[in-house]
Design a protein around this ligand. Structure first.
Ligand SMILES: [Ca+2]
Length: 370
């Protein structure tokens, strides 16, 4: 394991995936101190901190998600622009949800179907050019491709007091033979821990500046279960976390089955003070019931978060606390993990069932075309 336990000094309260992250960088990056991720966490509270936008954003629910709105591929190219405009206006997320702000694209089209597996082909997205992806095609039982992913193994708790030991075993992560990655959190005694799972990253394999980052997946569920798709800033100069920056594309904690969180962590706004907003499904729905597409569009001075093609949050430098710095103008790498327990989600209890399975159809990264 690559973590430097010493670094994991602080524990964040709310969800910092990051924290998680922090520990991660193998290597000696000094400062990656661990840290917490967070925030977002806490649901509505997230963001709050000094961000003007924080408040407004909190309420937005991207209801209707999947099933309801058919996506219009043709809007894809301009979507971002429109969104940004709406946002600037101050209406921020509010304005956008339903509108035509779609991520559009063939990919989303597939999303609506509940149990659908492998949206398959169709990585083309109007207005965007695919620059990196994993469709998880391959023989049943195979592990992830070493050319794309690094298994971040260990049971340090990643600064969040997570309970699992993250392994590189096929039992915890393997292709299902039908175009999907299956990540499984298992309750078992392993290396001094009582749960095993997986934490993947593209550090050193794929680090990229700006673009659209999209994942189609079906979440696991249950108290203490904490899936996340997120990004950490590459850190060649060892500035450490949170100065290196963290973008949480999607986090979910089991006790909020209808809610996901998108969050930024940077210097002066990390851990429980991260800047973020939740997105909720309509009453009675759970993210674990269907596949959903989670995405961000990251450009200079603006990051937009989407669920099933609907924009629910836009963040810009003006949203940060006074005097704090926007640290999102350098390459980031991707992380995909399924944590068990920890400060933010709390630990599993008698209602939690194992194994818990997270299915991932694809991860795709695009640059703006042209
Ligand atoms: Ca696939």
């Amino acid at each position: 394991m690559t973590l430097s336990f010493a670094r994991l000094r602080y524990v964040a309260w709310l969800g910092c995936v990051v924290c998680i992250a922090c520990g991660d960088d193998s290597g000696g990056q000094t400062s990656d101190a661990a840290l917490p991720q967070t925030q977002a966490g806490a649901g509505g509270s997230s963001g709050a901190s000094g961000s003007a936008a924080g408040a407004a954003a909190g309420e937005r629910s991207v209801a209707g998600s999947a099933a309801s709105a058919p996506r219009d591929a043709s809007t894809a190219g301009s979507a971002a622009t429109d969104a940004a405009t709406a946002t600037d206006a101050g209406t921020r997320d509010a304005a956008v949800p339903d509108a035509a702000v779609t991520d559009a694209g063939p990919s989303d089209t597939a999303t609506p179907d509940a149990g659908s597996v492998d949206a398959g082909a169709g990585a083309e997205l109007p207005g965007w050019k695919l620059v990196w992806n994993d469709e998880f095609d391959g023989a049943k039982g195979s592990k992830l491709e070493a050319s794309r992913w690094v298994y971040e193994t260990g049971g340090s708790g990643f600064g969040n007091n997570q309970l699992e030991f993250d392994t590189d075993r096929a039992e915890n992560a393997s292709l299902d033979g039908n175009g999907e990655l299956t990540i499984t959190a298992i309750k078992e005694s392993y290396m001094g821990r009582n749960y095993t799972s997986v934490r993947l990253k593209t550090q050193g394999k794929f680090e990229h500046l700006y673009g659209r980052y999209e994942i189609r997946m079906r979440l696991p569920f249950g108290q203490g279960i904490w899936p996340a798709f997120w990004m950490m800033g590459a850190d060649p100069n060892n500035v450490g976390w949170p100065t290196r920056g963290e973008i949480d594309v999607m986090e979910n904690i089991g006790r909020e089955p209808d809610t996901i969180h998108g969050t930024l962590h940077g210097p002066g706004y990390s851990g429980s003070n991260g800047i973020g907003s939740p997105s909720k499904l309509m009453s009675g729905q759970r993210f674990a019931d269907e596949y959903h597409v989670f995405a961000i569009e990251w450009e200079k001075d603006v990051i937009r978060w989407y669920v099933d093609g609907k924009l629910y949050q836009t963040r810009m430098p003006a949203d940060l606390p006074n005097g704090s710095k926007w640290v999102y103008d350098h390459p980031f790498f991707l992380l995909l993990n399924l944590a068990v327990g920890g400060e933010w989600p709390g630990n599993p209890d008698g209602t939690t069932t194992f194994p818990q399975t997270m299915k991932v159809d694809y991860v795709r990264v695009y640059d703006r075309a042209g």
